[in-house]
Design a protein around this ligand. Structure first.
Ligand SMILES: Cc1cc2nc3c(=O)[nH]c(=O)nc-3n(C[C@H](O)[C@H](O)[C@H](O)COP(=O)(O)OP(=O)(O)OC[C@H]3O[C@@H](n4cnc5c(N)ncnc54)[C@H](O)[C@@H]3O)c2cc1C
Length: 334
């Protein structure tokens, strides 16, 4: 079985990995970077920004530990009239960290794909025929073509970005995402949000060997017959695994029941929807942390993190001297 995949995000790379493990010969065509929007602009960068904001929150409580930061009060609010202190978010540095983490994770995905023998072509791909993908100066012929081109931020009519920059400390974007606009050039069936219409085996309507999944497809889910899958990475990954097994082994319709959705909103605050029960505040934060813990590899690592979190629930942040950073002076030395 030879499979050509356009798009190397969670939907594309996971399908490639599982299919390759099941014996398929797989080529992934990716225009921007492996890991897709999830790694380069969405999941990883957003969590990195949240980590910085959580640390600023922790610094806000540092006055109780006897730490005074020039120019700020105990809640990390700038003191009126006081000269600016050393604590502020360095946007350029933060941006550098976001980029470095994204690039490192993208490299991890590339290494995994290489280890499984998946060929990657870094170019913009185009569906040139039911079995043909053109990528740069390469033409890939495959028994199955998978479109995993993801989505882009949705623009609201009348509020399209015009290039003007507005300096602000707070930006709230609630417009959501839409399918990648290039899908509209393929002549394939689309829904009202520009997503490819597929059946529960991920087959694009009316095309036997063209498949689609992830943010760029309207994927029906037998576990939620009234609602197609939402555009999240966790759904794209589940869809990818099912599709790869369908293509290389025993086919069955896609069915995935999500246990819920969780998010932290700073320290000790969060929102969660777990098996239909909605939580907020501390319980939601706790559930979110527990879920992330469950996702960590290795029991020993889980236990370490549990112990650390449990202790820090009851005490303020621990501050310790790192011996290797300086030579300790002996008692009695000047
Ligand atoms: C701010 C933010 C935070 C998020 N956080 C989470 C989270 O915490 N958990 C979660 O589950 N989900 C999260 N999501 C959603 C998640 O990012 C997406 O659901 C996921 O990335 C979809 O995966 P995908 O493979 O369908 O598409 P994408 O990740 O968008 O990947 C598609 C890839 O296809 C490539 N491509 C497109 N067209 C072509 C072409 N013609 N040729 C070659 N390559 C092409 C693109 O370059 C891209 O790399 C978040 C989204 C946002 C916006």
């Amino acid at each position: 079985m030879r499979i050509a995949i356009i798009g190397g995000g969670p939907g594309g790379y996971e399908a490639a990995l599982v299919a390759a493990q099941l014996g398929a010969q797989v080529t992934v065509v990716e225009a921007d970077g492996l890991g897709g929007a999830c790694v380069l602009t969405d999941c990883v960068p957003s969590k990195t920004l949240i980590a910085t904001s959580e640390t600023m929150g922790i610094l806000g409580g540092s006055a109780g530990l006897g730490i005074r930061i020039e120019g700020y009060d105990g809640l990390m609010r700038p003191r009126p009239g006081a000269p600016a202190g050393p604590v502020a978010v360095d946007a350029a540095r933060l941006n550098g960290r976001v980029k470095a983490l994204a690039v490192a994770q993208s490299a991890d995905v590339a290494a995994r794909l290489a280890a499984e023998g998946v060929e990657v072509i870094y170019a913009r791909g185009r569906l040139a025929g039911p079995h043909t993908v053109v990528a740069g100066d390469r033409e890939v012929t495959a028994g199955v073509v998978l479109l995993a081109t993801g989505g882009v931020p949705r623009q609201l009519p009348g509020a399209e970005p015009d290039g003007e920059r507005i300096l602000t400390g707070t930006l709230v974007w609630t417009a959501g995402v839409r399918a990648h606009p290039s899908l509209s050039e393929l002549g394939l069936p689309l829904d009202d949000r520009g997503r490819l219409v597929v059946d529960s085996m991920f087959r694009v309507e009316g095309h036997d060997n063209v498949y689609a999944l992830g943010d760029g497809a309207r994927v029906p889910n037998e576990a939620t017959p009234d609602h197609p899958d939402p555009p999240t990475s966790q759904h794209a990954l589940r869809q990818a695994r099912r599709l790869a097994k369908n293509l290389c082994g025993s086919p069955s319709p896609y069915r995935y029941r999500m246990l819920g959705q969780v998010a932290t909103l700073g320290r000790y605050k969060g929102i969660a929807d777990v098996v239909g029960v909605r939580l907020r505040g501390f319980p939601a934060w706790f559930v979110t942390r527990t879920y992330h813990l469950y996702q960590l590899p290795l029991l020993s690592r889980k236990l370490r993190v549990v112990a650390d979190w449990t202790v820090s629930l009851f005490f303020r942040r621990d501050i310790a001297e790192l011996g290797m950073l300086g030579q300790r002076r002996r008692l009695g030395d000047d």
